[in-house]
Design a protein around this ligand. Structure first.
Ligand code: ARG
Length: 456
């Protein structure tokens, strides 16, 4: 298609390094859509005759039907999906196919196709994340009262509820969705009509093609139009942050499924066995979600490094933009689906969680707060008194709420038996009614607000 000035063809290695069809065939739907918008505009503006435009448009439908039925052939000679489609078109309708590429370059064509693909990818991710949030909400509601140890430094800190813990992930995913939505809004301008880099002398109508492809309008600078890949990087940074969240939950599932924790039993469907140790039930899917986050981050890094040294406008390095985005999208889709399935089907061992919440002196802060509130003790002093009470309970081998009143009063005479009202884990979580706190009443309110889409 570009051989006019060449006496010799490319070597086999040149062909191999140059070809992007093995991966960019994934853009075929977007390529056909972009071409149909372009040729409709060429017809409407009289740049090609209405008759030729109609022939080309029908031919593109034929090519699309062939792709849908047989897939896209990996013909290295034809380099990429754009040449592939044009060649198929010529086979279908003859030489009039050669008019399609009027006032267009592969540079604005590929930028348009890829943007359309990333936009669809964002819509897919958003739907999957919505389903994941639904799963989190359902399980959080079930466990709005289930007490578990809350950790800092992975040491028992204060009791929380499992519902509250799951809702923390709901919030992270809400931010992820908003990042993807921002990326989608920002990218939604059409590069089509930027041509190779400088625009074109043909009287094209960029508003028309932009509208036909669902863009808000045309990009405002042709050099930027063909060389911008921010939209792909925005997708990858959003995907990376999302994968970090999925990975943190995956890591918690791995920990929680371990025997020392025993907080969760993953369903059979989301576990694997060992070929040598018959008792094993491994959380492989969670581990792979954790692993995939590293690969997704790698994809983001790859594209940023590709772009960082490129002068304007298009350079062939930019052909390498697609594999990392495709890879990240596939890994993210699997990760979201796997975490959704695990959350939906996990059995939470609430007895075990409660037992450990009670074992770790996790209500020590409640004792200190009681001393402040009921006995007027300054918090620092209350902290010290409580530390002594914890040491005494540890020495006796009892929980804080089983420490005899005599022992407590020996440490500080201002303590009386009302203190037992705050030392149980249930009393502790129920008292945390501050906005965003772990009290079951608050967790239920947060779930209700999320369901109504009213996020206060
Ligand atoms: N396959 C190329 C890509 O993905 C299409 C653009 C080619 N443009 C060019 N001037 N060689 O980037």
């Amino acid at each position: 298609m570009w051989g006019g000035r060449f006496a010799e063809g490319p070597t086999a290695v040149m062909r191999a390094i140059n070809a992007s069809i093995p991966f960019d065939k994934r853009l075929w739907r977007q390529d056909i859509a972009g071409s149909k918008a372009h040729v409709a505009m060429l017809g409407a503006t009289g740049i090609v005759s209405a008759e030729d435009a109609a022939t080309i448009s029908a031919g593109l439908d034929t090519v699309a039907a062939q792709y849908a039925e047989h897939g896209v052939a990996e013909d290295m000679v034809l380099e990429d999906i754009h040449m592939q489609s044009e060649s198929r078109l010529a086979e279908a309708i003859g030489p009039v196919a050669g008019r399609l590429h009027t006032a267009r370059s592969r540079n604005d064509q590929v930028a348009t196709d890829f943007k359309l693909w990333v936009r669809d990818a964002i819509d897919e991710v958003d739907a999957a994340l919505g389903a994941f949030q639904d799963a989190l909400l359902a399980r959080a509601e079930q466990h709005a009262d289930s007490v578990m140890p809350g950790f800092t430094h992975l040491q028992s800190a204060q009791p929380v509820t499992l519902g509250h813990h799951l809702m923390a992930y709901y919030e992270m995913i809400a931010r992820d969705r908003s990042r993807f939505a921002d990326a989608r809004a920002r990218m939604n301008l059409s590069p089509l009509g930027s041509a190779a880099l400088a625009g074109t002398g043909f009287p094209i109508d960029r508003e028309m093609t932009a509208a036909a492809l669902g863009f808000d309008g045309p990009t405002r600078n042709s050099l930027d139009g063909v060389s911008d890949r921010d939209f792909a990087i925005d997708y990858l940074t959003s995907a990376t942050q999302c994968s970090l969240h999925l990975s943190r939950l995956a890591e918690e599932f791995v920990l929680w499924a371990s025997q020392p924790f025993g907080f969760v039993a993953l369903s059979d469907q989301w576990s694997t066995g060992s070929s040598i140790m018959p008792q094993k039930r491994n959380p492989d899917a969670a581990e792979l979600v954790r692993g995939h986050a590293g690969r997704i981050l790698g994809c983001m890094t790859a594209l940023m490094v590709t772009m960082k040294g490129l002068p304007l406008a298009y350079s062939k390095d930019m052909q390498d933009d697609k594999p990392p985005v495709f890879e990240a999208h596939d890994l993210l889709g699997l990760s979201i689906a796997a975490m959704t399935g695990m959350v939906e089907s996990a059995t939470f061992r609430t007895d075990r969680m409660r037992g450990l919440a009670e074992a770790g002196f996790a209500t020590a802060t409640d004792l200190a707060d009681w001393l402040v509130r009921e006995a007027g003790v300054p918090f620092r002093e209350a902290h010290h008194i409580t530390g002594q009470a914890v040491a005494r309970a540890e020495a006796l081998g009892v929980k804080l709420d089983a420490l005899p009143l005599g022992d407590l009063q020996a440490i500080d005479a201002r303590i009386d038996d009302r203190v037992y009202g705050v030392l149980s884990v249930d009393a502790s979580v129920a008292s945390r009614t501050s906005f965003g706190g772990t009290a079951p009443s608050r967790v239920r309110a947060a779930i209700a607000a999320a369901r109504e889409g009213k996020r206060s």
